[in-house]
Design a protein around this ligand. Structure first.
Ligand SMILES: [Zn+2]
Length: 265
């Protein structure tokens, strides 16, 4: 049966996220089961209580022109679409043959238990990548230091203020841009935020190309760590929280698939 999704703003996420919550333990169990079934390997890089922080790895299926991609989700515990999109992508198993994927489906599982952006100590992990204070970020960085360089990073997020999907693309070496392909793929499944200013930055058709002055900022997001250490090109994908959860998941899944097929060409 065809599922008809409401793609209208819900109008309930005012001054914060008041939408659906997820059982992160069960989502992570699904992810690990699907990853195992499709031949991924899994590494635990941090544990607290019964929760594991996992890094999943899927080798390329060819040795020719392989692109290495780091995909991360769930750094903000009130943004459920990211881990759900990671689950969908792994279950769908439609990866191009010449991409090697490093997928971290949830960087802040404790935040999800509390349905809050920050970790339990109140640290916004996505502002913690320059001089990390949190164990979660330190462990992620320690894991990153053991990995090869990536050709691309993709960070999966949501924004409760957004009027539609938008993204940041950082591409200081001016490689083939991805943002237009991503927006074209998302537009059929989720509205795109057409605002001229988003989060205080000039935007065009849902695309922000920030001027990155890294040294000015003491509070590096994860993307800045990738840019300075691991990947010179990447996108931060922002699904609009004030739309139904399946719409946001579809938006992130379409965005990742579009980025991968562009890179894999
Ligand atoms: Zn976020």
């Amino acid at each position: 049966m065809l599922e008809i999704l409401t793609v209208q703003r819900l109008g309930k996420n005012l001054n914060g996220y008041y939408g659906e919550t997820i059982d992160i333990r069960s989502v992570l169990r699904d992810i690990e089961a699907a990853a195992l079934a499709y031949g991924w390997t899994s590494e635990i890089f941090h544990t607290k209580g019964d929760l594991d922080w996992v890094a999943l790895h899927r080798p390329a299926r060819t040795t020719d022109q392989v692109s290495r991609i780091h995909i991360s989700a769930g750094i903000h515990g009130d943004e459920p679409a990211g881990p759900l999109a990671a689950r969908q992508l792994i279950q769908d198993d439609r990866w191009p043959g010449n991409v090697e994927i490093f997928l971290l489906p949830c960087l802040n599982p404790l935040g999800f238990l509390l349905n809050q952006r920050a970790n339990p100590e109140g640290i916004d992990l996505n502002r913690d990548y320059r001089n990390p204070r949190s164990t979660e970020t330190r462990r992620h960085i320690a894991w990153l230091e053991r990995q090869p360089q990536f050709d691309l990073y993709l960070c999966l997020h949501e924004d409760w203020e957004a009027h539609g999907f938008y993204l940041y693309e950082t591409n200081p070496d001016e490689r083939s841009p991805l943002a237009e392909n991503i927006i074209a793929a998302v537009a059929p499944v989720c509205p795109v935020d057409g605002s001229e200013i988003i989060e205080g930055r000039p935007a065009q058709g849902g695309i922000i190309r920030p001027k990155v002055s890294l040294l000015d900022r003491p509070d590096w997001p994860e993307a800045f760590y990738h840019l300075t250490h691991k990947a010179r090109h990447g996108c931060t994908l922002e699904a609009p929280s004030d739309f139904a959860l399946p719409v946001r998941v579809n938006a992130l899944v379409a965005a990742v698939n579009a980025a991968l097929s562009a890179v894999a060409k």
